[in-house]
Design a protein around this ligand. Structure first.
Ligand code: ADP
Length: 382
């Protein structure tokens, strides 16, 4: 391609003009910092006259007290050692006393014997950048405060809601027992009481979930260390859940006689319950649910499988984040807060274990917990 022609005279620039009016400041200083040369841009930024600086002031005279200390203890020795220093932040004190945030880079010129002759320094105006950094810091602080307030609210609300809820639930259960015993209400009213109890129970579970989250956030989710036989625990949970399902069956597949781990029975029950209740919630009539207990090396594995709606692949990596729900849950029209799996993961990890998920959307899911077996534990095969 033909090179483009241009009017060379028009573009001819004087090097002096370039030096004076570049969009950055240039100075040359003697090794002790005394100004030997300064360009117009820096004079414009700082408000000094050339005669104020040349031969009479040193670069460090334009620095704040902190800047002076940093210059003497870090900047000058580094420049001397390395011959160059890049993008160091300083505040220059201007002629009117105001401070100008700058970034400076220096190189040291030396003679053949290595003796320093002078320093050449380029100065970038960092006002915009510093302002931007300040705004970022402010925004970050505000975000942290908002998070802190949210956590505080969560903790306060869940604590405060628990007391009246427990009282409502307790009193409704008492009333229900009396009504059944004395047969004083119609079947319709008894059903109403039952609905109130069920819904209060649901509310209570949600509040307990929020309470767990606030405990996790503040590092207060405590785990007891007692011997727990996972086979017995899983068997009991399934036996308790089964009668609440009218048209579904949960099968257990356990080849072990016992699998003892050190842990917190109540918290482990909560974790297994959660996985089993999810399997029920997110599958339909006729879909099989299987709970399999097996051994893998020094771990006991509990896998809860269902043939339900499954989980979209894109959602798998976020499933254990708090308040996360995959977007296919609408299909089943089941409510939830997206707290359960987050809490399950924390419980499992506090037991030194892990949780994994495998799923195909539309086909079903398997959640597997791996928990370390107690040292010298009884692990008996049938
Ligand atoms: P919730 O069930 O209250 O939404 P969880 O934390 O227990 O909260 O579950 C988070 C999300 O993981 C659910 O909203 C759902 O998208 C997905 N999920 C969990 N278990 C299953 C399952 N067995 N089948 C399909 N999706 C599931």
């Amino acid at each position: 391609m033909e090179p483009r022609r241009f009017d060379e005279e028009l573009l001819e620039e004087s090097l002096e003009d370039l030096y004076e009016h570049e969009p950055c400041g240039y100075i040359s200083t003697l090794p002790d910092g005394t100004f030997a040369k300064v360009n117009q841009t820096l004079l414009d930024w700082t408000g000094y006259q050339r005669k104020d600086l040349l031969g009479s002031k040193r670069f460090q005279d334009l620095l704040t007290v902190g800047g002076k200390i940093f210059y003497e203890t870090h900047f000058a020795p580094l420049l001397h050692m390395q011959g160059a220093v890049k993008e160091i932040a300083f505040d220059l004190i201007c002629q009117n006393g105001k401070q100008l945030p700058v970034l400076i880079s220096s190189t040291q010129k030396r003679d053949a014997s290595g003796k320093p002759l002078f320093n050449r320094t380029t100065i970038f105006n960092a006002s915009d950048r510093r302002e931007y950094e300040r705004e970022l810091q402010l925004a970050r602080k505000k975000a942290e405060q908002a998070l802190h307030m949210r956590d505080q609210f969560l903790s306060l609300a869940s604590h405060e809601l628990r007391t009246p809820l427990t009282s409502i639930l307790g009193n409704m259960q008492l009333l229900q027992r009396r009504v059944i015993r004395e047969n004083t209400l119609s079947a319709r009213d008894q059903r109403t009481i039952q609905v109130i109890i069920e819904q209060t129970n649901r509310l209570n579970k949600m509040v307990l979930g929020l309470l767990d989250i606030s405990r996790i956030e503040t590092g207060q989710l405590a785990i007891e260390q007692q011997p727990v036989d996972v086979c017995v625990l899983v068997g009991r949970i399934v036996a308790e859940v089964q009668p609440t399902l009218y048209d579904r069956e949960i099968s257990i597949d356990c080849s072990l006689q016992a699998a003892v781990i050190q842990g917190d029975e109540l918290r482990l029950e909560q974790a297994f319950q959660n996985l089993i209740q999810n399997a029920i919630k997110y599958s339909g009539k006729g879909d099989a649910i299987v709970v399999e207990v097996s051994q893998r090396g020094a771990q006991v594995c509990v896998a809860v499988s269902d043939e339900g709606i499954g989980i979209p692949e894109a959602a798998l990596s976020q499933l254990f984040e708090r308040f996360y729900r995959a977007d296919n849950v609408d299909q089943k029209n089941v409510s939830g807060l997206g707290i359960g799996l987050y809490v399950v993961k924390q419980i499992v990890e506090l037991h030194g274990g892990t949780i994994t998920v495998e799923s195909v959307e539309g086909k079903g899911s398997t959640f597997t917990l791996y928990l370390p077996l107690d040292h010298g534990a009884r692990l008996m095969h049938r």
